[in-house]
Write a protein that binds this ligand. Sequence first.
Ligand code: PEP
Length: 271
Amino acid sequence: MRRNLVVGNWKMHGNIKSNQLLLESLTDGLRDLKNSDYVVCVPNPYLFQARSLLEATNIAWGGQNVNQFEEGAFTGAVSPHMLTDLGCTYVLLGHSERRVLFHETNLSAAARFDAAIKADLTPILCVGETLAEHDAGLTEVIVASQMDAVMATLGDEDFARAMHLNMVFAYEPVWAVGTGKTATPEQAQEIHQFIRQRIARRNAGAASKVRIIYGGSVKASNAKELFAMPDVDGGLVGGASLNAKEFEAICRVANSLSSNPCLTEEDHIVS
Ligand code: PEP
């Protein structure tokens, strides 16, 4: 059985004071939750603060994006090792806001994915269709193309490395991100199952182990029905992650539905 995962995506929100209140409240609220994994992806300037407030807790922290290059003349960019230097263990990649607002492509997501795993960061690859694509019945085509662009660049060794790092897929229908609209549990399940089957074409053992989380207006009030679906392994939470009580409630749902106490060495083995 897979262990649930809840990831908060703060996007471009927060300040030193509000972050401190939020993180202290989360640290307190999530302390007793042992059955799932919890992550906050904070804006880069606050990673240092996240590290100092979270390092002795059961909450991990990560970046919201990363550059594919190690270092150089890339003004405004952040390298994988800068994230790991600040204790990050996760990084979001290919978020729809990056794709739509910053014109990131499948190709750049693949390059970032490769750079992330080489730096020992667990990649969370976001995939999902726009409303127009959804209405045109293109969801599976779009999700497959976003996945394949990354999977095709991974040789067997990199694929095994990504599995060792517990790579994560996040299905985020773009029409549900930040809109208050949520996919129904059945819609989410259908695409999560599709994602798992697509991974199985590459490696059946990996497919049953990889975590696929749902994102798109997840709240405490809808988390249970979503996370209860067999192929939904938790959530990627935007707006609701900025409210400590709401995020804690979502984490509690994930925790209550997940009985897997920890990942074992065996879980990492891709057969
Ligand atoms: C997100 O930012 O990935 C997200 C899912 O946002 P929201 O929960 O606000 O829809």
